[in-house]
Design a protein around this ligand. Sequence first.
Ligand code: DX5
Ligand code: ZN
Length: 214
Amino acid sequence: MKVSPSLLSADFAHLAEELEFINASDADMLHLDVMDGVFVPNISFGFPVMKYVNKHCQKPLDVHLMIVEPQKFVAEVKDCGAEIMTVHYEACVHLNRVIQQIHDAGMKAGVSINPATPVCLLKDILQDVDLVLLMSVNPGFGGQKFISGTIEKVKELRQLIAVTGSKAIIEVDGGVNAETGAKLAEAGVDMVVAGNYVFKSEDRTAAIASLKKL
Ligand code: DX5
Ligand code: ZN
């Protein structure tokens, strides 16, 4: 299983040390959660912080935009060195165009859906995206409880990906730990995001290893 630790749960007063830990770890990517206080009821960090993160982080950046009108910020996200830019289905009126803009800027494109959004709505965009991010909590905060219905959604998405011939990988975000991670791995997930489980653990290296081996 690939692992993308979420910086949201890190200690922002010691960002350089947190990034050194990530660089030395077995993490595959670093997940950056951008929140605008409109699409979600919280505000996290933005481009000035992410530019410095990019400067010091050796892992590819997996940027999750929980904002309205993400199409306005494609160039800024690219400037921050993102490898993947993921936007929410619920935040894009013209999703196909946004995905094209992300590709034109030279990034991989991801689409995310909230827990209440059905997987079947992705049918006509699956061919065009590199990643689908299934939210297993309502976005906005780290440390929430995993919504168990996500497992069925993963299975449904796996089938839809096969039927449509899509090359998209499946990432799941929210409440992931060794226990929920094992169920996700069995259901066919390629990559998990883990915030609290990694950064609030006493042994962070072991926490990452416990997900990597799934
Ligand atoms: C939630 C964010 C997540 C969050 C995950 O809105 O999208 O990436 O950081 O945190 P945990 O793993 O603690 O649920
Ligand atoms: Zn996220």
